[in-house]
Ligand binder design. Structure first.
Ligand code: HEC
Length: 105
């Protein structure tokens, strides 16, 4: 019984740290583009371009996390940005922000 408990804790924590790169490819790239340039499927509102230094200098990491967690509407942006991180842990949100920064030029 105790081993089962420890095993389930282990699986719970590893899935919480799911690889941000594969999350991005599966859930974000269709709109934001494979290399983060905001050049996925054309939309009436252009998805954020994570390559732009100006994007990162005009927001805090917490604002970026807020958009991923609550969607665009929760941070005064377009609802075309869905709240995909609504069920993510804080660590998963931090990991995604760190990953998005790898696109910065
Ligand atoms: C259905 C298309 C779509 C998908 C899928 C999508 N986004 Fe977005 N995202 C947008 C659009 C459109 C905007 C621009 C909103 C605006 O500027 O009003 C945006 C904006 C953002 C922003 C910037 C918010 C700000 O402060 O301006 C972040 C960060 C972001 N998306 C992260 C993500 C992440 C991470 C994923 C995947 C988990 C994702 N997006 C998936 C469409 C999408």
């Amino acid at each position: 019984m105790r081993h089962l408990f420890i095993a389930s804790l282990f699986f719970a924590s590893t899935s919480a740290f799911a690889d941000s790169a594969s999350d991005y490819a599966a859930q974000c790239a269709s709109c934001h583009g494979a290399s983060g340039a905001g050049d996925g499927t054309p939309l009436p509102v252009t998805p954020a371009n994570f390559q732009e230094a100006a994007f990162w200098s005009s927001r805090t990491d917490d604002q970026v996390k807020g958009a991923i967690k609550g969607g665009g509407a929760s941070v005064g942006k377009s609802p075309m940005m869905p709240p995909l991180g609504a069920a993510w842990s804080d660590a998963q949100l931090d990991a995604m922000v760190a990953y998005l920064k790898t696109f910065k030029k």
